[in-house]
Write a protein that binds this ligand. Structure first.
Ligand SMILES: O=P(O)(O)OC[C@H]1O[C@H](OP(=O)(O)OP(=O)(O)O)[C@H](O)[C@@H]1O
Ligand code: HPA
Ligand SMILES: [Mg+2]
Length: 178
């Protein structure tokens, strides 16, 4: 474990289990369809690459960058679209792939936008869910792991754009950000 990490919240083994379960669950729900997995950059990229390989059926992948946080701990309340989808999604089945749902602001904005583009269905798959921080009640269809109200890093989650490459999810030592 890296010296900046105080404790591990989701281990590599638990990640593998959760991803395998989610892949199978989603696969069962999309038989005969070709869903588009939409990865929300950058946080979801690590989970996305594991999830799409745990989904053993035809699918497409797309990327979007929607940011509400910047380099700080707290949500700014604004959601900016930094990179849009490359293709039209009218009539398509979409699965939004997130690393974590916190306040729910990012997702709320995204769902609103994708609905206006005529998707035939929109579901949410988030690796982590931090319900204690929720400000907006968004329905999460597929959840990996429920996590406590702590600032987490690893498996895609960052502090000042670092730590995304940790293969587990952990809590930073307070000395790092104080
Ligand atoms: O539920 P919310 O309060 O909206 O927070 C969750 C969002 O915040 C983080 O992204 P961030 O905007 O920090 O960008 P990043 O993925 O590039 O780190 C995270 O990856 C989610 O997308
Ligand atoms: O706990 C978190 N860590 C990193 N980024 C985040 N974005 C929302 N919650 C978090
Ligand atoms: Mg972030």
């Amino acid at each position: 474990m890296r010296e900046d990490i105080e404790k591990v919240i989701v281990s590599q083994g638990e990640i593998q289990e959760a991803v395998a379960r989610l892949g199978k669950e989603i696969q069962t729900d999309y038989v005969g369809k070709v869903p588009i997995f939409i990865c929300i950059l950058k946080g979801a990229v690590v989970f996305m690459t594991d999830l799409i390989r745990a989904y053993d059926a035809p699918a497409e992948i797309e990327f979007m960058d929607v940011s509400s946080y910047g380099d700080a701990f707290e949500s700014s309340g604004e959601v900016r679209i930094l990179k849009d989808l490359d293709i039209p999604v009218n009539g398509r089945d979409l699965i939004i792939v997130e690393d974590i749902i916190d306040t729910g602001r990012t997702l709320e904005a995204l769902i609103k936008l994708l609905k206006t583009r005529g998707a035939s269905s929109i579901k949410i798959c988030s690796f982590l869910d931090k319900p204690a921080r929720r400000l907006i009640n968004v329905h999460v269809d597929y959840t990996g792991v429920l996590v406590p109200d702590e600032f987490l890093v690893g498996y895609g989650l960052d502090y000042k754009n670092q730590y995304r490459n940790l293969p587990y999810v952990g809590v930073l030592k307070p000395i790092i950000y104080s």
